[in-house]
Design a protein around this ligand. Sequence first.
Ligand code: PMT
Length: 399
Amino acid sequence: MQKNILLCISGGIAVYKAASLTSKLVQAGFHVKVIMTESACQFVTPLTFQALSRNPVYTDIFDEKDPSVIAHINLADWADLVIVAPATANSIGKLANGIADDMLTTTLLATRAPVWIAPAMNVHMYDHPAVKRNIERLYQDGYRFIEPSEGYLACGYVGKGRLEEPENITQLVEDHFTLNQNLLQGMSLLVTAGPTREKIDPVRFFSNLSSGKMGFAIAEQAAKLGAKVTLVTGPSHLIDPVNVKVIRIESASDMYDHVMEQFPLNDIVIKSAAVADYKPAITYNEKMKKQDGVLTIEFERTIDILKTLGTMKGDKVLVGFAAETGRIEEYAKKKLLSKNLDMVVANNVNEKGAGFQGDTNIVSFFMKNGVVKHLPMMDKKDVALELLNEVFAIWSEKK
Ligand code: PMT
């Protein structure tokens, strides 16, 4: 069935890209209606969007085109998905504070459809604490963000603030509607997350920057898609995702024990944990006392859990991550082969918006069959959805 997309356009220079987005969504087979703010109309006329969407454009809350309905309620109910693109700092601020003073903001408050917000603004505006606060609040309220990309901005700055490319947004919309909400029903997934801590003595340890956000997002989304999920995680302040069995561990050796125990019970294993490759050769029971001169600590290798699983995987789907700082493709492909994986999710942890701790990631999927898929910067929850979609495809092919 043809899906209804309500495109809400607020006023920034990126309005010109919204024209291309309208066209691409229509070409992809969606039914598109457009709301524009007064400022958006200063950049491109409503006539452009009327021609591209083949529907009247809504700009004024009091301009009721059909007396039998109330336009903003009717549009809010009609939409299967609402996209705000470009979303200015002003429209984000209004929505975060429940302000409804024009056609766009009033409709946004009235809709029950998922709302995706694609910000576009000057890099310093995007970085402003007030804007960050508003975005955070909207995240908490359940809104989904299509993060702006980095590049040349119309204001002359180079940085983060460019509206995501219309073809990428269209692809996300297509994926959203093809994703079956019961996709992973009946399947068992084992996910690992977070860092490990390798103790030197009772008060000191060797660890890394992983927060657990990537792995928790995968576990959370997999559970929402109907899978039975077990999450083995290193130390993380994140709370247990709903409907997920969480096993909290500390060291690489604890993770090895629990993953080995859970492995036979699961169909799919996704290892996003940042497991230490080395641990101190000796862990002291007493706090080490400082001494004069240089301290040398001897490290020994931990067991490579993923590589071990690769030797015993049978018909299970095995997905590894690769945290790299360069030569991404080369190293990811090497891991794919040497660990006998079905897929590697590679991220360049030096890249802004990717890797450790943030809410977003920029990943590439390297498949066993040679296919490579690069994703734009996305919320980790959306990366998780894309990943689970691919995992399901691999699983179906094996059956
Ligand atoms: O937790 P966040 O703050 O959200 O950050 C997310 C992340 C950056 C940790 C995540 O996106 C990521 O890249 N995870 C993998 C980190 C890593 O350890 O990569 P690696 O290239 O060193 O390891 C390759 C693979 O082998 C990984 O799947 C890892 O889980 C696994 N491994 C590594 C060492 C070991 N002893 N046993 C393992 O199983």
